[in-house]
Design a protein around this ligand. Structure first.
Ligand code: PGA
Length: 244
């Protein structure tokens, strides 16, 4: 049995007051899923303190450098995240791939850098609308996974999370239907090989408390990576409660 996982990706939103209020308002008492909150870097320590006080969620970064340390102005290393009591880190989010031109090879290096210090990478994969319309969804997802497979042992997937995020569903209010998402999740699981059944595979793209239950009811959907709806503590808690 896989434990469900719901992760909040605040992206570049919020401020100190927002972050403090969010953690005060976040009530996860009746939640059985694992919960991760990924705030922007400046609020990681604040989030980690709240996580320690509440004991009901973990903290994640939204990005990291693939380099260990050194002259890389503006970058944040895996060790620095660990130092801030961070446990997870998102790698390969579509916004990083498209706006910052991160290739699948770079994403794979970040995956390895995270695991080298025992951070759990949340690897995002997913196709654009054009790729879907052309019938290339599985091919795109397979090649994004392949870049990571090329640099890890199969067993390493067990210390990772994969998030399927169709790019056309991110921040658009459009979600893949539960059945559409399920078929890609099932495909991803087979791509992970023998350990696939042990890996949490999250769905991301306009998840809200209103559509979460139907998605989570699918056999291979183990939770969600939530953007917009994670900026409201009550709404986010509602999604967490839907994951059983
Ligand atoms: P969204 O974002 O929930 O706002 O669609 C999801 C994500 O980008 O991780």
């Amino acid at each position: 049995m896989r434990i469900s996982l719901v992760a909040a990706n605040w992206k570049m939103n919020g401020n100190r007051t927002f972050a403090e209020r969010f953690f005060t308002d976040l009530e996860l008492e009746s939640v059985s899923a694992d919960v991760v909150v990924c705030p922007p870097f400046p609020y990681l320590s604040l989030a980690a303190r709240a996580a320690e006080e509440k004991g009901s969620f973990a903290v994640g970064g939204q990005n990291l450098s693939h380099e260990l340390d050194g002259a890389f102005t503006g970058e944040v290393s895996a060790h620095m995240l660990l130092d801030c009591n961070v446990r997870y880190v998102i790698v390969g989010h579509s916004e990083r791939r498209s706006f910052y031109h991160e290739t699948s090879e770079l994403v794979a290096k970040k995956f390895v850098a995270a695991q080298a210090v025992n951070l759990i990478p949340i690897l995002c994969v997913g196709e654009t609308l054009q790729e879907r319309d052309q019938g290339h969804t599985l091919e795109v997802v397979a090649s994004q996974l392949q870049a990571v497979k090329a640099v890890i042992e199969e067993d390493a997937w067990k210390r990772s999370v994969v998030a399927y995020e169709p790019v056309w569903a991110i921040g658009t209010g459009k979600t893949a239907s539960p059945e559409e998402a399920q078929s890609v999740h099932k495909f991803i699981r087979t791509q992970l090989g023998d350990v696939g059944s042990k890996v949490q595979i999250l769905y991301g793209g306009s998840v809200k408390s209103a559509n979460a239950s139907a998605l989570f009811a699918q056999a291979d959907i183990d939770g969600a990576l939530v953007g917009g709806a994670s900026l409201d503590a009550r709404e986010f808690a509602g999604i967490c409660r839907a994951a059983v």
